[in-house]
Design a binder for this molecule. Structure first.
Ligand code: EPU
Length: 357
């Protein structure tokens, strides 16, 4: 069923609680609703799709933009059960963590390390969400999209999605007018033959140090959840969007130079020969952990989180322009120290981003 609400406060649609007002907010609970919106000409307006709000912030000049969301329905559908794996189809509006919890309960492995990531299932392939050595792409079988220009649906195989670190075909201009409606995951059966392994991450290995037997899926899920919320602020307590910037990927010779200057710099060798450097480390090393634009020591407005420099938090009352100033200042200062541009992972939605010209 289609539900409409006028003059929406966009800050309520972002977990960083930043945004002006939008023309209307429309929610749908089925593929047929999207077809109806297409027939009505909804997609001829300036429109934008939102998910759980943990990947977006909104500017103050979107009063004529129509916002759309697939309602939350968390009922995975098993579409085939093979000897080693099960294919599960999930509605794009489902809550990601809810689905991870469901998979663990049903002894289906593959996404337990992606526990406690806020957001919707539909956003997962777009950003190729990842944590603790796993990525959405590891389990993606198929993504079904709705083309808002033609009103037609299409299915993209794993290969067609062109997954990379925090990147997929859905971020390309050709897919700007598409909506992710369903994803199909390939989750393997956790059996004695195919056991679960502890993610090869310092924090997680430390958590299981004492444990002799192989952990269960539930234990990994609980461990990741605890580790994640030990590092990152809960959005409902302190508004934030998780990692605000992507980690930084540089060629080997650049990484070697930095390691020479900073032997303690954490870094991860990638298969393609490049090196991933934590942007949190880059920001902390220029003294911006806990930084506030006005230099105020009072915790208010927008700030770099004082316990994790990759996260931007809103202590209250911050505007899109405040955020933009902070982001630009961080980018400029990182660039002048390291000669590299860092890029937001969070989508900064302004007029250019929603324009369908
Ligand atoms: N670090 C610092 N200073 C900081 C923060 C981090 O030096 O203020 C260093 C840490 O000491 C560590 C390294 O950076 O050596 C990596 O930090 P962490 O393990 O916290 O992970 P991250 O690279 O900052 C990424 C993902 C997270 C994911 C974690 C765990 C991105 C953009 N972020 O963060 O994903 O949970 O790894 O796998 O890739 C998200 O996307 O919202 C997110 C939280």
């Amino acid at each position: 069923m289609i539900h409409r609400e006028n003059n929406i406060d966009l800050a309520t649609l972002s977990t960083l609680k930043i945004g002006g007002r939008g023309h209307e907010y429309v929610t749908v609970d089925g593929y047929g609703d999207l077809q109806q919106l297409h027939r009505e000409g909804f997609f001829d307006n300036l429109w934008h799709i939102v998910g759980g709000g943990s990947d977006s912030v909104f500017s103050d000049d979107l009063e004529d933009v129509h916002f759309l969301r697939l309602v939350e329905m968390n009922t995975p559908e098993i579409i085939s059960k093979e000897e080693d794996y099960t294919l599960v189809r999930i509605w794009g509006g489902a809550n990601w963590d809810n689905i991870v919890a469901w998979s663990v309960q049903n002894n289906l492995a593959g996404i337990e390390s992606l526990a406690a990531i806020p957001g919707t299932v539909g956003a997962a392939p777009i950003h190729n969400i990842g944590a603790y050595g796993s990525e959405f792409s590891d389990v993606c079988h198929e993504v079904r999209v709705f083309d808002t220009q033609t009103g037609e649906g299409a299915a993209l195989s794993h290969e067609a999605c062109q997954f990379e670190y925090r990147k997929s075909i859905f971020k390309q201009a050709a897919y700007a007018e598409h909506i992710v409606v369903y994803v199909t995951l390939k989750l393997f059966h956790a059996t004695e033959k195919r056991t679960i392994s502890i993610p090869a991450y310092k924090d997680v290995e430390k958590f299981f140090e004492e444990k002799k037997s192989t952990p269960t899926l539930r234990e990994i899920y609980d461990a990741i959840t605890e580790i994640r919320w030990g590092k990152l602020p809960r959005p409902e307590l302190l508004p934030n969007c998780g990692s605000f910037f992507k980690n930084t990927i540089v060629p080997q010779d650049q990484a070697d130079q930095w390691i020479g200057e900073h032997p303690d710099m954490p870094h991860f060798q990638l298969d393609d020969g490049n090196v991933k450097v934590p942007t949190g480390w880059l920001i902390e090393s220029i003294g911006m952990k806990g930084y506030q634009v006005d230099g105020s020591l009072e915790k208010d407005g927008i700030a770099v989180y004082d316990k994790h420099a990759l996260v931007i938090v809103n202590y209250g009352g911050a505007t899109y322009d405040d955020l933009l100033s902070l982001v630009r200042e961080i980018q400029t200062r990182v660039q002048s120290k390291f000669n590299v541009m860092i890029h937001p992972e969070v989508c900064m939605i302004d007029r250019d981003a929603v324009s369908n010209d």
